[in-house]
Design a protein around this ligand. Sequence first.
Ligand SMILES: *Cc1c(COP(=O)(O)O)cnc(C)c1O
Length: 476
Amino acid sequence: MDNPFRALPSVSQLLESPPLKKLIQNVNHNVVADGVRNFLDNLRQQMSQAAEKMELPSSSELAEKIATWLQKERRPTLRPVINGTGILLHTGLGRAPLAEAAIQAIEETARGYSSLEIDLESGERGQRAEIVRRLLCELTGAEDAVVVNNNAAATVLALATVAAQKQVLVSRGQLVEIGGSYRLPEVMACAGCQLREVGTTNKTRLSDYEAAIGEHTGGILRVHPSNYEIVGFTESVSIQELVQLGQRHGLPVIDDIGSGALLDFTRFGLGDEPQAAHSIQAGADLVLFSGDKLVGGPQAGIIVGTRKWVQAVLKHPLMRAMRVDKMTLAGLHATLELHLQPEQAEQQIPLLAMLATPLANLELRAKKLAGLLTPLPLLKNVSAISEFSMLGGGSIPSQKIPTWCVSCEPAHGSLQQLASQLRQLEPAVMGRIYQGRFLLDLRTIPPRHDLELVNLFEALSRQLAQPTSVSPAGST
Ligand SMILES: *Cc1c(COP(=O)(O)O)cnc(C)c1O
């Protein structure tokens, strides 16, 4: 019996082929040689496991296949995605897309030097927090402000500043977990504070807080339970009441409002999201929120509050470890500037623009797209349907935002297979699987992607129409 592996070209033969030679020039010899070895190993394994004799490609076809496969393998794992999930602040997809003004500010700052920590008036060394301080104070009414890496960092820093080695009072109804790694009890331990739970899961009264105050108490923390709701027989204490209690006992009050609206979100038909300005007005010492949730800017943790406590935060040794870079500050500054005028914010900040898009526009686009996708052999039962989008990112879970989707089913194979094939495209396409259908939610897809989507679906249709042949295991 002859050895079928003999028919395969050697690694060195393959490396001499034009497509792989070109790849070596662009990448590096060892990387390509390792890739060829892996591909051949996989292929030999497939051949030895195959029930029937496999049809082998010619040497040049094989070289072409390996080059294509290697190029695909070496794509960066961070790739653009068309978000058809309908989740506006999808943490897995990077939360808020940035406004054009923010992108330009980041680009300009990235390209050269900037006055990050220099006061250009005096030429003296300054604070990088100055860059966004004034705007944050104007938008929230706070005395002072500082920005760190994210809201998790803001929470650790605020707690460590206010109540290290001391007890912090938190309602049992607010011991939140925000996505796997962020659990409030653990965050508190990390900040060196002792958690003192007060009240019960569904009811916490002012008297519960009062009774828990003792000589070891260092502060009071309120957390907005942004990704869940306690409904029914409930009671909680307002920030005003907590501030009054804190003042009576000389205890600082931290308010983690989570998504941190700078505008009134009821204008988008959404429920009451806590606004930073309200907490400041109520007298909270430190108010914490994310830059990339309802603010619609880059990832950041925003801390606003009284001068005394913000300055204490700035001087804390952990501050340096949590500070933001110049690009974040540039992007955040540009985003905050847009917030000065709500109409401007609504038009130019993508998150707000998506929320403000009239349903009729989405319906029109969904119907048009459905019409264009219907002829593709890849899909069946293509239609436009009315559905609901979600804010996501730990914001208002019960809020359902009316929307229009393109709904479809794969003509062959499973919904999961279709979803996976769409994720491999460039840009990747993500939708949601709901009640046996694949949905693309138009609210989270900017209109500029509509035609591109059709092209991508057409390309996938063509690609799947080709007969499959030799490929290394796991490289579908
Ligand atoms: C989202 C959220 C956080 C964490 O914020 P990141 O910016 O993701 O670190 C903390 N607290 C609340 C209440 C939140 O909603």
